[in-house]
Design a protein around this ligand. Structure first.
Ligand SMILES: [Mn+2]
Length: 479
């Protein structure tokens, strides 16, 4: 079961005592997101609905993804099981497998999940007479942020050559009533479409959808491979088709269950200074030139709610989202690199700075092979440091990981430094933007062919029968 709309999800939260209504007036500048942050840091991580935001008639809601329980409810299942289901879709049939039952299984997974255009913006929706971004409770989170930023927009574009749709989530700095920044990183789907439009005449249509059912919002963040429609991905994950409507003034379709839609365009010949913006890295991302989004039309649902999130150091809800992504995509990574046992995209490393994987090592140089595979795979290409350990190490236990790193590395032999692409504004340490270096740490046990001539010592481990016996006795001793 997945949710039909943001409002449907809010009803669910309310029933679970996980939605707190705040009727006191709050300021969308600094105050609102800091309240969300404190609820996450020292509270229970409940979702908060702000009914009276200073300067706006539209209520704001936040902490929508703030606990693992909520995330699982949004996904309709635990993310690893969903990942297994997804990887099963791309698996070749086995020799003893009934092709009919496999066919039925594929049919069940894929039928009725393609997004469908069911009409136009209509009943229950209202096209506003005038464009004014100032009517929304758009938040400013950190004191040195350049202004207010839309933080959960679904940015819908079409490839100007193939017509393939992309949906991505990129922050948008509000410049004035009608314009906002379009901060899509150079590697992302929207930026790819924009680059193609650059070679053509005219502007590119963009629809910015704010507030949909939470699974669609998640799908816009998920590292869905380029060329795959996020709305279709959402249908497969949620086992339910997403209904779309045709845009009013743009040649694009967007989810029928929206709260607010901004229809407009970007012009390839125009950029503007964007930022600074307090980012996931724990630093302010620096100012840079980015495309400008012009709003032509605004459409709203009746009783719309504006969703927001706090971006900052990684103990906020982005960790919950990031970990769900990690679990969901692990089985897919394993279809390509089956020797990977587990993967930890560590939040301390802002998810892309430190990646730990455990492998079943079979041959000399195996850890290096895995590093290069990961640096060539989707958004894992951004991994600045990759640590590879043997499968006896629990990589989710920081102590164990550091123990393995410190006891299995000879730095001269096991550290690899290579050049590569990095995430533009999210890496301020590299001397240049978008280009820098990567480090691979091979913390697996070494074999002779890797230049190790000594005897690799055994790891301490109690024998199973003694361990079992002592555990029983220990209980009997009343310890
Ligand atoms: Mn995409």
């Amino acid at each position: 079961m997945t949710f039909d709309s943001l409002q449907d999800y809010l009803k669910y939260l309310s029933k679970n005592n996980d939605l707190v209504l705040i009727n006191d007036e709050v300021d969308p500048e600094l105050e609102l997101t800091h309240i969300l942050s404190e609820e996450e840091r020292i509270g229970k991580g409940r979702s908060l609905l702000f009914n009276r935001v200073k300067g706006s008639f539209v209520p704001a809601v936040g902490n929508l993804f703030s606990t693992k329980e909520k995330m699982n409810a949004i996904l309709g299942d635990d993310p690893f099981s969903i990942g297994q289901r997804l990887s099963n879709l791309v698996r070749a049939p086995e020799s003893n497998e009934s092709i009919i039952s496999r066919g039925i299984e594929m049919f069940r997974e894929l039928s009725g999940v393609r997004p469908k255009v069911s009409g136009s913006v209509g009943s229950g929706h209202e096209v506003l007479d005038r464009v004014d971004l100032g009517r929304y409770p758009i938040t400013k989170t950190w004191p040195q942020d350049a202004g207010r930023f839309i933080t959960l927009p679904l940015v819908v574009t079409k490839d100007p050559e193939t017509g393939t749709r992309n949906v991505g989530m990129y922050r948008m700095q509000v410049y004035d009533q009608e314009t906002a920044g379009m901060h899509w990183h150079i590697h992302k789907g929207g930026a790819g479409h924009f680059a193609k439009q650059g070679g053509k005449k005219g502007t590119m249509d963009v629809a910015v959808v704010i507030g949909t059912d939470p699974l669609t919002m998640f799908s816009a963040v998920a590292p869905v491979p380029d060329g795959i429609d996020e709305f279709s991905f959402r249908g497969i994950v949620g086992r339910k088709r997403l209904d779309l409507v045709k845009g009013q003034s743009v040649d694009l379709e967007y989810p029928e269950n929206f709260e607010v839609v901004l229809e407009g365009y970007v012009d390839p010949s125009e950029t503007r200074v964007e930022g600074p913006f307090g980012d996931h890295t724990g630093y302010y991302s620096l100012q840079d030139e980015f495309p400008v989004f012009h709003v032509k039309r605004m459409v709203e649902k009746k009783n719309r709610v504006y969703p927001t999130t706090i971006v900052g150091k990684l103990w906020h809800e982005d960790v919950i989202i990031g970990k769900a992504v990690e679990r969901m995509f692990l089985p897919l990574v394993q279809t390509q690199i089956p020797e990977i046992v587990d993967m930890n995209t560590m939040e301390e490393g802002v998810f892309h700075n430190i990646l730990a994987v455990s492998i079943r090592k079979r041959y000399p140089g195996h850890a290096k092979k895995v590093m290069f595979s990961l640096w060539g795979m989707g958004q894992l290409m951004f991994s600045k440091i990759i640590v590879v350990v043997d499968s006896d190490v629990n990589i989710h236990d920081r102590k164990e990981l550091l123990w393995a790193m410190s006891t299995r590395i000879d730095p001269d032999r096991d550290i690899l430094i290579v050049p590569g692409t990095i995430t533009d504004t999210l890496d301020h340490a590299s001397p240049k933007i978008n280009y820098g270096s990567k480090m691979g740490i091979d913390a697996t046990k070494k074999v002779k062919a890797e230049g190790y001539e000594r005897v690799w010592p055994d790891v301490l481990q109690m024998s199973e029968d003694v361990d079992k016996m002592v555990k029983e006795k220990w209980k009997r001793f009343g310890l």
